[in-house]
Design a protein around this ligand. Structure first.
Ligand SMILES: [Ca+2]
Ligand SMILES: [Ca+2]
Length: 352
């Protein structure tokens, strides 16, 4: 692992109701998402972002699959110019340890700068503030790095790609757990005091040679299936081909496996036109469920030049949820993805 998670907030509208009349947010890639979350226009044309409004429902929370000691979180944030009277310092983002007792928080100060706090149990301590100003009503790309250690801990904050806060020799662990949770707009389980809009979120650790430090201001693009692929072991229901079943936003059409190690991969739309893009990773997102009691799981997979790479195995529930599999490297040579290799590759799922 290296790049652990990303969310461009483009793949579903949390306010839409599913067949049971529930908001789709329960299916989201977030571990917890406020039911007040609103889909809004994104940072780029024809894309979406998320507004996390003021209210008792909290914000956006992501728990990792396992604790780590070094976490990097990057996200575009925009604090609206109005509607923030509940709090002088909107909470932008933060990371928390597994014991839930130590958080490192970024807030927007009354003077428009970013304020870094350490929260230990119920006490917030101001550690540093940025030089850069983060103007309200404008998208700014914030990145937070915490190295969790009893001594020699590090906290760094980058504002629009520039290192602005750099603290070393910190006790970031406080005899508590390692890092498990990243959150936006509100601490887990607490009210959201000020509306914050978010787009293009990433979380990574330093466990590999790729994607092991700040990525800078990045974008998350959604590529939808649009062509038949080379692996077709799963049965297709309700559509002529797997890619059609997987791209029509109709849950009555789907692919289904009846045994483990069945793979289905499909072609997809190309990356948007960009000048010399760097591709940091591919995350396969599958709205998936099991159909009976018992255990069932799947892996997101990439098929590139006859090589197959897989994300982590995820366990399915009986209700459909968006499951993610991160594939940091092109499996064909175990090298960094490029625009052309992503466009040529197929992606899909394998029953596990
Ligand atoms: Ca987006
Ligand atoms: Ca479908």
């Amino acid at each position: 692992m290296a790049l652990l998670f990303m969310d461009g907030f483009d793949h579903y509208d949390p306010q839409v109701l599913d067949g049971d009349g529930n908001k789709l947010l329960a299916r989201g890639k977030a571990s917890y998402l406020t039911r007040d979350a609103l889909r809004i226009a994104g940072r780029r044309a024809a894309s979406y972002a998320l507004r996390l409004p003021v209210g008792p429902e909290g914000g956006y929370v992501k728990n990792l699959a396992a604790t780590i000691t070094r976490m990097y979180v990057g996200c575009a944030v925009r604090v609206p110019t109005s509607g923030n009277t509940n709090s002088p310092e909107p909470l932008l983002m933060g990371v928390r340890d597994s014991s839930t007792n130590v958080s490192h928080l970024l807030k927007l100060g009354g003077d428009g700068r970013v304020y870094l706090y350490r929260r230990y149990f119920s006490t917030d301590t101001l550690l540093a503030s940025s030089i850069a100003t983060v103007a309200r009503g404008v998208w700014n790309y914030l990145e937070l790095y915490v190295y969790c250690a009893s001594s020699g801990g590090v906290i760094q904050v980058r504002v629009n790609g520039v290192l602005d806060i750099d603290l070393s020799s910190q006790n970031t662990k406080q005899s508590q757990g390692d890092l498990l949770t990243a959150f936006l707009a509100a601490r887990p389980g607490t009210a959201c005091d000020a509306a914050v809009e978010v787009d293009d979120l990433y979380i990574l650790d330093n466990s590999d040679t790729l994607n092991n430090t700040f990525l800078g201001d990045v974008r998350v693009d959604l590529l939808a299936p649009n062509a038949a692929g080379s692996n077709n072991a799963m049965t297709v229901t309700g559509a002529a081909t797997a890619w059609e079943a997987l791209s029509d936003s109709d849950e009555a059409t789907y692919v289904q496996s009846t045994a483990t190690a069945q793979k289905t991969t499909v072609g997809h739309s190309n990356l948007p036109s960009m000048t010399s893009p760097t591709v940091y990773g591919v995350q396969v997102v599958a709205l998936a469920r099991k159909t009976d009691a018992g255990s069932a799981s799947l892996k997101g997979i990439a098929y590139s030049g006859s090589s197959t790479g897989a994300g982590a195995t995820v366990v399915l529930t009986e209700q459909a949820q968006y499951q993610t599999g991160m594939i940091n490297k092109n499996p064909n040579g175990s090298v960094q993805w490029t625009e052309s290799t992503v466009n040529a590759a197929e992606f899909g799922v394998e029953s596990a």
